[in-house]
Design a protein around this ligand. Structure first.
Ligand code: AMP
Length: 403
């Protein structure tokens, strides 16, 4: 709605400014893609792919899907447009609508909006930390400071298969006691059992082995570096060995940022490294790392904190017209001022002077000029400063220069 848009614009302006400060350039990717792109990247067995995608067969009999997230689309565009040839490292960000068919509730919508960034081309743990800092800096500038950061390592193709096997064996020992959902996940997606919301599952798996304790040397070293960098930056964080994100492409670092201002849907942002994704989608082996963050949830949290701001300014001048001829003059003047980049508004509804003044107030106009027969004759009017009530007579031909 128009009033809400002003708040969105404010948040988006902060996002774009922070992205520019971190030297990320915007990438605008399509809203829909071939279904296979998401199935291959997010994972055939993930909730997003099995239950939540808006998938259609188009008139060319091709299966297409409204993008449920931004990384797969960005990586597809990266490969298809040979960005690797332009620079060894691509730092891009996106902002726009995503679609998932979930049960709508507070903070969970079927069309929602994310901003996110991807740094493709380097294994450096500094980039893992940079993509954690990016959303946190946006939150800081917006006044959302009470966030919690959780980090984990989900291993790589060398250490994860062995760990998965171990985890499956351990889970099978308690299989019958687990929730039906977790039981179903043991075979295909055992890591997701670890972040089950079911309380009994959580108790049963309390002492189950965690990936972070079974990392290969390379993953261990990477995770240690990420934590050391976060410490050097005095960032508060928790290592959460149960953090597994709902997308299969992550390797090594995974992280999540939550807000106490949000209810059950408390995740503000999540992300991690995906060193295999570019290759899986047909590109050369290229490491990458990124994050995605919900915009609706920022607005919910800001509202809870009473920090919702709008950067929308009122018009510079509002013309109150006393008769037909004055209104016509005001319309002409408005057109002229707008052409010079000065925002100007007038009454279009033949309202009374009082109602026009109220309208000027509601719009938060900086100045009001009342035009009547006399003003038209003398080619001069009173300019009223709405902030301090000051009234200044101004000849028509000087109006532009005083506004
Ligand atoms: P994900 O892509 O699942 O890692 O989600 C990243 C962020 O997007 C989450 O932390 C939320 O802030 C936001 N998000 C994800 N799904 C939804 C949804 N259905 N409605 C609103 N926000 C969402």
């Amino acid at each position: 709605m128009p009033d809400e848009s002003a708040q969105w614009l404010f948040v988006e302006t902060v996002i774009r400014r922070v992205m520019a400060d971190f030297c990320y350039k915007e990438i605008r990717t399509p809203i829909f893609e071939q279904t296979s792109l998401f199935a291959r990247s997010i994972g055939e067995l993930t909730d997003i792919v099995t239950k939540e995608m808006y998938t259609f067969v188009d008139r060319g009999e091709e299966s297409i899907t409204l993008r449920p997230e931004g990384t797969a689309t960005t990586v597809r565009a990266y490969i298809q447009n040979n960005l690797a040839e332009q620079a060894p490292l691509s730092k891009v960000y996106y902002l726009g609508p995503m679609f998932r068919q979930e049960r709508p509730q507070a903070g969970r919508l079927r069309q929602f909006h994310q901003f996110g960034a991807e740094a493709i081309g380097s294994v450096s743990p500094t980039l893992d930390v940079e993509t954690i800092l990016l959303p946190l800096e946006v939150y800081r500038q917006l006044g959302l400071t009470e966030t919690t950061l959780k980090v984990n390592s989900v291993g790589c193709e060398k250490c994860r298969p062995k760990y998965k096997q171990l985890l499956k064996e351990e889970l099978r020992k308690i299989q019958t006691k687990l929730s039906p959902e977790s039981q179903a996940r043991i075979q295909q997606n055992p890591l997701r059992v670890l972040d089950s919301k079911d309380e009994r599952d959580q108790i049963l798996t309390a002492s189950i082995p965690l990936m972070k304790d079974h990392l290969c040397d390379e993953c261990k070293e990477h995770f240690t570096s990420v934590q050391a960098l976060l410490n050097r930056l005095s960032m508060k964080f928790e290592v959460d060995g149960r953090l597994v994100r709902g997308l299969d492409y992550y390797t090594k670092t995974a992280f999540e940022i939550t807000s106490p201002q949000l209810g059950s849907q408390d995740a503000l942002a999540g992300g991690g490294r995906y060193d295999l994704l570019v290759e899986e989608l047909g590109g050369k082996q290229t490491p990458g790392v990124g994050f995605a963050a919900g915009i609706e949830r920022i607005l919910i949290a800001l509202e809870k904190l009473g920090k919702v701001k709008s950067q929308e300014a009122g018009p510079m001048v509002f013309f109150v017209g006393l008769d037909e001829a004055s209104r016509e003059w005001a319309f002409m003047k408005c057109c002229e001022l707008r052409g010079r980049g000065i925002s100007a508004e007038l009454d279009y509804l033949n309202r009374s002077v009082k109602a026009q003044m109220r309208q000027a107030d509601r719009l938060r106009a900086k100045f009001v000029v009342v035009i009547g027969e006399q003003e038209l004759k003398s080619r001069s009017a009173i300019l009223k400063n709405m902030a301090n009530g000051e009234e200044t007579p101004v000849p028509f031909d000087r109006l532009d220069s005083v506004l």
